[in-house]
Design a protein around this ligand. Sequence first.
Ligand code: SAH
Ligand code: SF4
Length: 344
Amino acid sequence: MTNNLYDLNFEELENMILALNEPSFRATQIWQGLYKKLWGDFEEFTNLPHSLRELLSQKYTIGVLSVERELLSQDRNTKKILYSLEDGAAIETVLMAYNDRDTVCISSQVGCAMGCEFCATGNMGFIRNLEPGEIVEQVVKAGIDLSAEEKSLSNVVFMGMGEPFHNYQAVMKAIQTLNDHRGFGMGMRRFTISTVGFIPGIKKFIKERSQVNLAISLHAADDKLRSTIVPINNKYPLPELMAACNEYLQVTKRRITVEWALIEGVNDSIDQANKLAKLLAGKLYHVNLIQLNPVEHYPGKPAEDEKARKFKEVITETGIPCTIRLRRGIDIQAGCGQLASKSN
Ligand code: SAH
Ligand code: SF4
C-alpha cells in the first residue's frame, strides 16, 4: 500500500526528503504545494525535478478520499459530501455557508463507540479511527471547494462522525498540520473540538494549553437522565465531568460551549433547565441549544419552539449566554447527529 502524504507533519516530511538524499528545501516546496497551493496531483508539482515526482508518486498518494456523493440543501447553504476511504469505509463532511463565514464540520472516526441514543453515527457503532491524513484531507478539500468560489474557510468543527477525544492523537496531529504557518495556516482559535465528555481526553487537552475551542455535549443535567441518553455517562458521570470542565476553565480561562439537543418530553423541561443553570452558574460557559434533528432509528422528537424559548430564558436569567442554534441542512440529513454513511 502507498502512504498518504497528508499523514506526515512537516518534520516527518523533511526527514523523508533527507532520507532520499534530497535537499531539505524540497520539503518546504512540497509542504507549500500541499497546503498553500492545495495541489492534489503530483503532476502539479512542476517546481520539483521530474525524478523526485516519479519517486514520490511510487511511494505516496496525495490523499485517500474519493467523493461518492454530494448533496446540496434547498437553500444552497449546506453541502454534505460522502467520501469513501481506501478500505471501503465511508465518512461525511458538511460545509456550511453563513453570511460572514464558511464552516466545515468534519469527522474524526468511522462510526462512534459512544452510542448516544439520538445520534445516527452512534447507531452505526464503532468501525475505526480515522488516520491524521484522512482528517487533514477533509479540511483541505473544503478549502479547495471554497477557493473555487473565491471564498476561504473560516472555521473547522469536529462535529461530524465520531468522538474526537476517542481518537486523540490523530485529531491533534491533524490540527497541528493544518495550523502550521508554513502551509495551511489555520489559526488554532478557528478549530472547535466537540466531545461527549470523554474525560481522559479532556484531561490531556487541558495539559496542551491549546487555543482550540472546546464544546461539551451535555444534553442532561443529572446522572439519571444523562445515563439513559448518553451511555458513556455511566463511565464518566456528571460530577466528574463538570469537575474536569471546571479545571479546564481554571487553567485556560477559555469559555466552554455546552451543547444540548432538546428532545420533546425528555430533556426540555424547566426542571432540567434549572439544574443546568445551577451546574454552570458563575462560570465561563455558553449554552448552545439545538432542537433535536430527526433520525430514523430514534423515536424522539424535537422540542417545540416555545419550550426551547423558555429553556433558554432560564439559562440566560442565570447570566449564562444561551443561543438556540439554527438547524442546518435537515433536508439532506446533514444536521448534527444525522451523519451515518450507510443509512442514506
Ligand atoms: N462526538 C462528539 C462530536 C460529534 S456529534 C459529540 O458528541 O460532541 C456533534 C454534536 O451533535 C454533538 O453535540 C451531539 O450531541 C449532537 N447530536 C447528535 N445527535 C443529534 C441529533 N439527532 N440532533 C441534534 N444534535 C445531535
Ligand atoms: Fe458519538 Fe457524538 Fe454521536 Fe454520541 S453524539 S454517538 S459521542 S458522535
